[in-house]
Design a protein around this ligand. Structure first.
Ligand SMILES: [Zn+2]
Length: 399
């Protein structure tokens, strides 16, 4: 039994006190005086520290750390054709292990306790995630409308069956690549497996104009309606990006209880556009945040994504202070937890002990008022001092 102490901040409240961790859950939330009676083995933090629920990185491709910075200034199509796709076709298992480790360490040390990854060689990534102690939802990317051997649907099924129910930390997801690269039949099959098991379905959704046009040409419907036809429009669906969806599409996602993962840094770099976040919140669509890939975003730092989401919301809505800092923090915590079906994202007894200790004894945390604003606009991943996942210390800053 150990405790994290400081200013305890979650979406619901801000308190001074300590979080007592036993096993993989939060046992109690107490004051400094009460803590003395608990006889915990260790207390981390104290004055000048902030404790938050672990940030949930709801869309990543951790192994793509290998491509960081490559093709930086190329137009998106050329970047994919000249850099990403040729390099992806040459992956080896050893390289996937090496680069997944770099990406996962980076996500963890910057305060992500959970990642939701979508990539090839998912079994290798799952093993690395388990070894490093991050909570990971991992999907083997599958496609059947595009010839890409690494995305074979059979491998996706095998990975899912192998890992379902096997690990406390790693949960497999079903990961069709996108609405234009997967057939309706394969989507229907995935929908059945999801209904049977309760597994999450993680898919890129309306990420490019070409995707929307191809779906319209092939099926005569919008990407969201195609997901509906396939039986995928429900609370287990995690759609990513949505930057070319119409309002009706967002409303259908909200009505079905699905989640949209917002990745503003990636969107603005690759497509020079992103969603109108205040509109999504108005219709009560569950929104989570994701870093997407280290190429193009540069670094897997969930604090940067909260901040960019806030700034981008002003541009897309044409209104300053369009989304309060607390709401942005909520997307990275409770929004992500709801997307993945986790009892996490709040500092409450019985919740998973996925927590982050932040050293706030730095100039950019002064004077210390409005802690939500500090967490979104002042903090950065390098302020994270300790990361606890499933009740175990997964990262500790040593210098
Ligand atoms: Zn992606």
């Amino acid at each position: 039994m150990f405790a994290l102490m400081g200013k305890l901040v979650d979406y619901q409240s801000v308190r001074e006190g300590a979080v007592i961790i036993e096993g993989n859950t939060i046992r109690a939330v107490v004051t400094a005086e009460e803590l003395r009676e608990w006889g915990v083995d260790e207390v981390y933090g104290g004055d000048g520290y902030i404790v938050i629920p672990g940030l949930i990185n709801a869309h990543t491709h951790v192994a793509m750390a290998k491509f960081r910075g490559l093709g930086e200034d190329l137009p998106t199509e050329e970047w994919l054709e000249k850099i990403i796709w040729p390099m992806e076709s040459e992956w080896t298992r050893r390289e996937i292990r090496e680069w997944a480790e770099i990406g996962i360490r980076e996500a963890l040390m910057n305060g992500s306790t959970t990642i939701n990854d979508h990539y090839f060689f998912a079994d290798e990534i799952a093993k690395v995630a388990e070894r490093l102690g991050v909570r990971a939802f991992i999907g083997q990317t599958v496609m059947d409308e595009v010839d890409f051997p690494l995305a074979d649907p059979g491998d996706g099924r095998r990975f899912f069956r192998q890992w379902w129910g096997r690990s406390d930390l790693v949960t497999p997801t079903l990961a069709p690549h996108a609405t234009n690269t997967v057939s309706l039949e394969l989507m229907e099959e995935i929908a059945e497996l999801s209904a049977e098991t309760g597994a999450r379905v993680h898919i890129h959704l309306a990420q490019s104009r070409a995707e929307v046009e191809e779906v319209r040409k092939r099926h005569g419907v919008s990407p969201v309606d195609l997901l509906g036809e396939a039986g995928l429009l429900n609370e287990r669906l995690i759609g990513v990006h949505g930057i070319y969806l119409e309002n009706s599409g967002f409303r259908k996602l909200a009505g079905a209880g699905s989640t949209l993962v917002h990745c503003p840094t990636s969107n603005v770099k690759l497509e020079a556009r992103t969603v109108n976040l205040p509109k999504l919140l108005e219709i009560n669509l569950n929104v989570a945040l994701g870093n997407d890939s280290p190429n193009p975003v540069g670094i897997l730092d969930p604090f940067i994504e909260m901040r960019t989401a806030g700034i981008a919301a002003n541009l897309t809505s044409g209104r300053a202070h369009a989304v309060p800092a607390r709401e942005l923090f909520g997307m990275a915590t409770v929004g992500g937890a709801r997307a993945l079906g986790l009892k996490a994202g709040l500092i409450e007894p019985g919740y998973l002990a996925d927590l982050v200790l932040i050293n706030a004894k730095k100039p950019w945390f002064k004077p210390g008022e409005n802690v939500y604003s500090l967490l979104v606009y002042s903090a950065r991943g390098s302020d994270v001092e300790m990361v606890v996942v499933n009740g175990a210390i997964a990262h500790r800053k040593i210098f």
